[in-house]
Design a protein around this ligand. Structure first.
Ligand code: SF4
Length: 209
């Protein structure tokens, strides 16, 4: 199975592990759809393979806007947590610039949207509360999925999705990205370790397939 196929299996599994809960988030809600979206280079490749040149060109217009440029990855955080080093602080700029993949309030790449979009799950209606509500269990599930998505692309990069698509293959722009890492531990609190064993086994079998 190719890495792209494995990535799609990971997305399907995330859907399976999060459906059924009473989240407000659904197709058609664009409340958190801004240009502050991070992804791995493999996720960007999946999107690039599916979108046309016109949309790719449109993304260049968004480079003028301030946007989230991650300084670290979830696996780097997991690995740093096992040392005495400090975890780098992230700067997430406030932006009202909507995601370039939105068209008439609908995501044009919904089936292949990055995991960073999929983990935006809230029990509250953010359009009313302005703040999302998520429980510890879902956060743990999301962390595991983010760690495995990065692991799948262990020799790739992470960055803002717009930069990955516009500059991804150009070595002149590698300073905009960070290297992915293999995790030395999974970020699962002790109270969920037994319950989430099955999920970890399923993800391991996708990675090894
Ligand atoms: S890719 Fe889709 S789901 Fe993600 S922020 Fe953009 S429009 Fe929203």
């Amino acid at each position: 199975m190719s890495r792209i196929q494995k990535l799609q299996k990971i997305y399907d599994l995330h859907q399976k592990w999060t459906e059924g809960s009473s989240f407000f988030c659904k197709k058609g809600c664009d409340k958190c759809c801004t240009i502050n979206i991070a992804a791995t280079s493999l996720e960007a490749e999946l999107i690039m393979n599916k979108i046309g040149q016109t949309l790719k060109k449109k993304l260049e217009n968004y480079l003028e806007h301030e946007r989230f440029m991650p300084k670290t990855t979830i696996n780097a955080i997991a690995n740093i947590s096992m040392t005495d080093l400090d975890i780098p602080e992230e700067y997430i700029p406030f932006t009202e610039v909507k995601c370039p993949f939105l068209f008439e309030n609908e995501c044009m790449i919904y089936d292949i949207r990055p995991l960073a979009c999929r983990v935006q799950l809230s029990f509250a209606d953010c359009s009313k509360t302005e703040i999302s509500e998520i429980d510890e269990r879902t956060m743990s599930i999301n962390n595991i999925f983010q760690q495995y998505t990065e692991l799948l692309d262990y020799d790739g990069l992470s960055g803002n999705i717009i930069d990955l698509i516009v500059h991804g293959a150009n070595p002149l722009f590698t300073s905009k990205f960070i290297e992915n890492q293999t995790p030395r531990a999974l970020m699962v609190p002790p109270e969920f370790q037994d319950e989430l064993k099955e999920l970890i086994q399923e993800l391991n079998s996708i990675i090894r397939s």
